[in-house]
Design a protein around this ligand. Structure first.
Ligand SMILES: Cc1ncc(COP(=O)(O)O)c(C=O)c1O
Length: 426
């Protein structure tokens, strides 16, 4: 049996939104985020993993204030990777102790602002330990820290892997015990936990469970087999989303069976009975909750190929255009939202509006006839969409952001640049 993708934003909701717009001035590009879907996905995680794990939402996946607030209000922790993300987290009103600040390149000014705010610092280098110790001592406070460990071993099967090779992330496994000692020696730092995030976007339950086994081994070793009490262990989950044709959604039942078993062993035999275990992730929660809607600005046939030029390209969705870590561009799922009934499918190549040949959105692929003014959706786009894209390149209008909640649409656009939308020819 193919595992289900789980709740996702529906075509009906997207069409409802289109029906509310003036078709001559369609306000695209627009990211639609269905908050009810996001909540449903968080509820699935909590029901399947909640016996052992809390969840931390990685703000970088989608930092829109409405999304971050939804994660916080559903009881999750929040992981920030810049001080600006810390501020976004704090604005939700969440307990500061539920905020962690990770990331390899924290500025000294960010550390100065952050230290002493009651949240947890994930240190990623010896320099950062020294900086944090100095700042905490100057402020006369004790700062809680977690060490991000960079393991030697990462199982194959992640979309992108951050460990097992020279990298800017975390402290190498071989040096992690020295990092523990450095923190112990700093009177103003308190080691409260360990953090590992090794790879993202895996669709293999076996890979994820194997990775958890490795994290469990490392956590146990660093906690001296249970003699050191730690409050938190953060497991970078790496739960993936099937972006491409032929991919199978992650089998969450299988992941839960394997990881819950590991968690139970950690509690029984490794001294972590009262430790909070946390799954840190982003895309699995918000990816399927969102879509990018783009209008067709222009149609042409070039050397026999139907071309449709859309108002969103890699400026608005770098990942769907294959430029966020992929070796080859593969199409993301595209839906035709305004197709006429019974229209015949044809092969089309979808491009963005940018003056560069690398601006390929999808295709050639078969879609019901696509005419000028039609609206297409790039699905699974709630994570690493707008804010992971170079939206100021060529100064096209930046996408709107709209949330759907209880059947209502609300504009939560955070970019304010140059909103000239529509082509006026419908
Ligand atoms: C430290 C850390 N945590 C969490 C995440 C979230 O990953 P994902 O959105 O794939 O779940 C990332 C992504 O790069 C990360 O670097």
């Amino acid at each position: 049996m193919v595992p289900p993708l789980g709740p996702a934003i529906s075509l009906r909701v997207m069409r409802d939104w289109i029906a509310l717009q003036d078709s001559a001035r369609m306000p695209t590009p627009v990211y639609l985020y269905d908050l009810d879907v996001m909540r449903a996905r968080l509820a699935i995680l909590n029901s399947m993993f909640g016996a052992q794990f809390d969840v931390s939402y990685a703000i970088k996946a989608n930092p829109n204030a409405a999304i971050v607030k939804t994660a916080a209000d559903s009881g999750q922790n929040l992981d920030a990777s810049s001080y600006a993300e810390v501020v976004r987290a704090r604005k939700t009103g969440i307990d500061p102790a539920k905020i962690s600040f990770s990331g390899p390149g924290k500025r000294l000014t960010e550390l100065e602002l952050f230290i002493g705010t009651g949240s947890e610092l994930v240190v990623e280098s010896f320099e950062e330990i020294a900086d944090a110790a100095r700042i905490a001592s100057t402020k006369g406070i004790t700062q809680n820290v977690l060490i991000r460990v960079n393991p030697d071993f990462v199982p194959r099967g992640f979309g992108a892997s951050m460990s097992g090779k020279p990298s800017q992330f975390g402290i190498d496994e071989q040096s992690a015990a020295d990092a523990v000692a450095a923190i112990d020696a700093a009177p103003n730092l308190s080691l409260v936990g360990l953090h590992i995030y090794t790879g993202s976007n895996s669709l293999s339950a076996d890979t994820i469970v194997e990775n958890f086994e490795n994290m469990a081994r490392l956590f146990t070793e660093l906690a001296d087999g249970g003699s050191r009490k730690l409050e938190k262990l953060i497991f970078g989950a790496g739960f993936g989303v099937p972006y491409h044709n032929g991919q199978t959604p992650l089998d969450l039942e299988k992941v839960a069976a394997g990881t819950l078993h590991i968690a139970k062993l950690l509690r029984s035999y490794a001294g972590f009975a009262d430790t909070t275990f946390i799954l840190e992730l982003g895309r699995w929660v918000v990816g399927p909750a969102g879509a990018l809607l783009t209008s067709v600005l222009s149609t042409k046939i070039s050397r026999g190929q139907n071309i449709r030029i859309c108002d969103a390209g890699f400026n608005n969705h770098l990942a769907a255009c294959g430029m966020m870590g992929s070796v080859f561009r593969k199409d993301w799922p595209v839906a035709h939202l305004t197709a006429e009934a019974n229209s015949i499918e044809e092969s089309v190549k979808l491009t963005g509006p940018l003056c560069t040949s690398i601006d390929a959105l999808a295709g050639p692929l078969n879609l019901p006839f696509v005419k000028r003014g039609d609206v297409l959706a790039v699905l699974l786009s709630g994570a690493y969409g707008l804010t992971a894209s170079p939206s100021r390149f060529i100064s096209h209008p930046e996408p709107f952001e709209i949330i759907i909640e209880d059947g209502e649409f609300r504009d939560v656009t955070e970019s304010h640049h140059n909103h000239i939308h529509g082509h006026g020819n419908a």
